[in-house]
Design a protein around this ligand. Structure first.
Ligand code: MG
Ligand code: ZN
Length: 222
């Protein structure tokens, strides 16, 4: 069966990549830097988005696309409450976003009025890694409670990212997490990867993350 199924999967991914390319073109034309934020459920995607809005909304015009598997608007409501344009994608049970979904969401945003677009992917460490969305950077949030073995268990998602956040570092005194072991796994898969250990609760480490995003937004503009 595999010999039949693999080409079909490849076709789907090729079609997705083409549409991702169109999304990128739209973003570039409008001068918008887009981030695809991936993580397992509960790692702190929405918390990081809210902190990024807090830190960068004085400097840039932000928008957010929220991917959720169910038609609940909890995360989108939080973002909207922070005063940002937010579009919710309900994937209808699908466990990842794809380029078509993001393309539709882009239509309902006024791109020329944005500098930075954050796309919150569905909480999942497996298939989001396979689907390009057209974003300029893929970012993964890992967190202390998830454990230090995730790079070894989910190598594909670690290979395809431009930056890695390690969230909830304030929990280190309470949870065993061997950061050296974790980073050895990361380095093996993605040498020299940008790494931001931080806490959305205490704010530790956030300035380095915000500075990195700011630089990226400026690069797309120039
Ligand atoms: Mg969320
Ligand atoms: Zn999926």
């Amino acid at each position: 069966m595999n010999s039949v199924r693999v080409p079909v999967v490849e076709k789907i991914l090729n079609a997705n990549d083409q549409i991702a390319g169109q999304n990128r073109l739209l973003l570039d034309r409008a001068g918008v830097f887009a981030l695809n934020l991936m993580a397992s459920p509960g790692a702190g995607k929405t918390s990081l988005i809210l902190k990024t809005i807090e830190g960068l909304s004085p400097l840039f015009r932000l928008g957010v696309i929220e991917g959720d598997t169910a038609p609940v608007t909890i995360d989108a409501d939080k973002v909207a409450a922070a005063g940002m344009p937010a579009v919710q994608i309900n994937t209808g049970g699908e466990c990842h976003l794809d380029a078509v979904m993001v393309g539709k969401a882009l239509e309902s945003l006024s791109l020329p009025d944005l500098d930075l677009l954050i796309i919150e992917n569905v909480g999942n460490l497996i298939c989001p890694a396979a689907f390009k969305l057209g974003a300029h950077a893929n970012v993964l949030i890992a967190s202390i409670p998830e454990g230090d073995d995730k790079p070894y268990k989910y190598p594909n998602i670690y290979r395809g990212i431009e930056a890695l956040i390690l969230n909830k570092i304030d929990l280190k005194p309470y949870i065993h997490f061997d950061q050296d072991y974790f980073l050895r796994g990361v380095e093996m898969l993605n040498p020299g990867l940008k790494f931001f250990p931080l806490s959305c609760t205490t704010g530790d480490g956030l300035p380095a993350w915000l500075a990195w995003v700011s630089e990226k937004v400026h690069n797309v503009k120039s």
